[in-house]
Design a protein around this ligand. Structure first.
Ligand SMILES: C[S@@+](CC[C@H](N)C(=O)[O-])C[C@H]1O[C@@H](n2cnc3c(N)ncnc32)[C@H](O)[C@@H]1O
Length: 527
């Protein structure tokens, strides 16, 4: 079986991307909220099981240069591609090995963080068991194990489309041909069910809509591979407990979960008196298909819910901003804020409104608890603690408010502050990975573990930002590119070709671009 899995990924490598939810900064922050003080991300050891070409491993390794990363994958081709990429990026803190995770031995040692994304559900039972054993045998005492997997009940519905696609393409061998024919067959099927408009055709249509948004490599490895073994959450938790691991938390907070009405929650609490049971009932309510879970050693101290006690020890950045340019912070009236995913959330708490505005002003830097507490008071017109009768009580209340903002995904918690510039500097510099990603047109991961929003001109400038060019050099290169026809600057519809007109225009564009790149958290501090 492992030969056929390796062959399938050699033939059609998986498009592997950076995964913010498995970054050690996020893992340690979540662990802290749930009572576990995980090892500092700045100097840690990380193992990624089934790392593929290393889309996640290499980005994460670059963001934590003092930490050590080991990635293993069964597919020699993906590992070879990943090594070439790591060499090209000059990464010295990564080892990539082409091997089965079944052969991970004691010589691998202990890891502070173990990551296994998009693997568990797509391997035979024996490999699934080994994944959990590796967690049990190689995780540091306060380490965190990130594991993602397909779950029931949601996968009962998705499996209908998978099985139809697999049956229809069973005689084909070329992976991409199978994806193409499988997609076509699903369209045909959804339009042809008799009777029409049944839950069956609706389920097929939902899957078609979902698959329209994803790559062919995803469709192949999710729907057409031989292995796809979803589990119920409680089964996974039992398997983990069987090897000495326990459920710590979800990898991040889920707004759908937060929307479960209190009376439904009360019923769930009546059905289950333990955390695993309550989580399982939530999956049944939400028809969940996929989980990203954090596990830790059974002996590690863990809280059943996130606690405000951890808040004073964390750093924060904003994940939302006021919709209005002049938001009303002071009154308790609801004020609309936009989250990073584009949702509109009304916030009435003046302190939280002020905290988010303060964090946006500080971006791309984070703020610690005490600085944020004072800044939020200052934005509401108070100097220091003069407005609060009892500073200790204010700290406790503010910590509770921040916790709510974090669980509502309005504010992001951190334990690690990356090196990030707040000014472009004389010879602006981005990471080798950002240069490579910008140049190849893919999403660019920024220094705050998000994706930068880039315009066309940014994509031309970012690859040049290796710290050797000052503004004059950047402008000269852009001038050459404009005169050579690679960039088109126009006035009243006509291309501008006069260097004397182009120079000041480019000067302005370069400055504006560099400022925007600071805002996109892409520029490294000057050396
Ligand atoms: C769907 S891909 C996910 C890759 C990567 N984690 C990501 O999220 O982009 C699954 C990966 O698991 C690897 N894999 C499957 N069985 C394995 C095993 N026994 N040992 C190591 N890697 C394995 C495959 O080669 C493949 O690269």
């Amino acid at each position: 079986m492992s030969d056929s899995i390796a062959k399938s990924y050699d033939e059609l490598p998986y498009e592997s991307h950076f995964n913010l939810l498995s970054h050690p900064d996020r893992l340690a922050s979540m662990a802290s909220l749930f009572g576990l003080e995980a090892p500092p991300p700045a100097r840690c050891r990380v193992l990624e099981l089934g790392c593929g070409v290393g889309g996640n491993l290499l980005c994460t390794a670059q963001s934590l240069p003092e930490s050590e990363f080991v990635g293993i994958d069964l597919s020699p081709r993906q590992i070879a591609d990943g090594r070439a990429m790591a060499d090209g990026l000059g990464l010295k803190n990564v080892t990539q090995k082409a091997m089965s995770l079944m052969d991970v031995g004691t010589d691998f040692g202990e890891f502070d963080y173990i990551l296994c994304h998009g693997v568990y559900s797509w391997v035979p039972e024996a490999v699934q068991a080994r994944i959990l054993e590796i967690g049990a045998q190689h995780l540091a005492p306060r380490g965190v194990f990130y594991l993602s997997y397909n779950v029931y009940p949601g996968w009962h519905q998705r499996a209908v489309a998978r099985e139809a696609m697999r049956y229809h393409t069973r005689h084909l061998t070329d992976p991409l041909e199978r994806v193409k024919r499988g997609r076509q067959f699903l369209d045909f099927l959804a339009a042809s069910t008799i009777p029409p408009n049944t839950p069956y055709s609706l389920a097929l249509q939902q899957e078609i809509d979902l698959l329209k948004k994803v790559s062919d490599t995803y469709v192949f490895h999710e729907h057409l591979e031989d292995e796809n073994r979803p589990v119920y959450f409680h089964e996974l938790a039992e398997r983990a407990a069987g090897v000495g691991l326990q459920y710590l938390s979800a990898a991040w907070f889920n707004l759908l979960e937060a929307s479960v009405p209190p009376q439904v929650r009360a019923s769930l609490d009546g059905f289950a008196d333990d955390r695993i049971g309550r989580e399982q009932y939530l999956d049944l309510i939400l028809n969940r298909t996929f989980r990203q879970s954090l596990l830790c050693r059974q002996s590690a101290p863990v809280r059943p819910s996130p606690s405000a006690e951890a808040i004073p020890g964390l750093l924060f950045t904003a994940m939302s901003q006021p919709e209005s340019a002049a938001p009303d912070l002071v009154s308790g009236q609801p004020e609309p804020f936009l989250t990073m995913s584009g949702d509109r959330v009304n916030i009435d708490s003046p302190r939280i409104k002020a905290a988010i505005v303060a964090l946006n002003a500080l971006w791309p830097r984070s703020a610690g608890f005490e600085a944020l507490r004072r800044e939020s008071l200052a934005l509401l017109g108070h100097r220091g603690d003069e407005a609060v009768a009892d500073a200790e009580a204010d700290r406790r209340q503010f910590a509770e408010m921040l916790l709510q903002a974090v669980t509502s995904t309005l504010i992001e918690p951190h334990v690690h502050e990356p090196a990030v510039a707040t000014e472009p500097g004389e010879r602006p510099r981005v990471t080798p990975m950002a240069r490579q990603q910008a140049g190849s047109g893919v999403k660019v991961v920024n220094l705050r573990n998000g994706f930068a929003l880039l315009r066309d001109l940014d994509r031309l400038i970012v690859p040049m930002l290796d710290g050797t060019r000052d503004r004059g050099a950047l402008e000269s290169t852009l001038l050459e590119m404009t005169l050579g026809g690679q960039i088109h600057l126009r006035h009243e519809g006509q291309p501008i070709t006069d260097p004397d007109i182009l120079r000041p225009m480019l000067e302005e564009q370069v400055e504006a671009t560099l400022r925007r790149l600071v805002g996109e958290a892409l520029l490294l501090p000057s050396v």
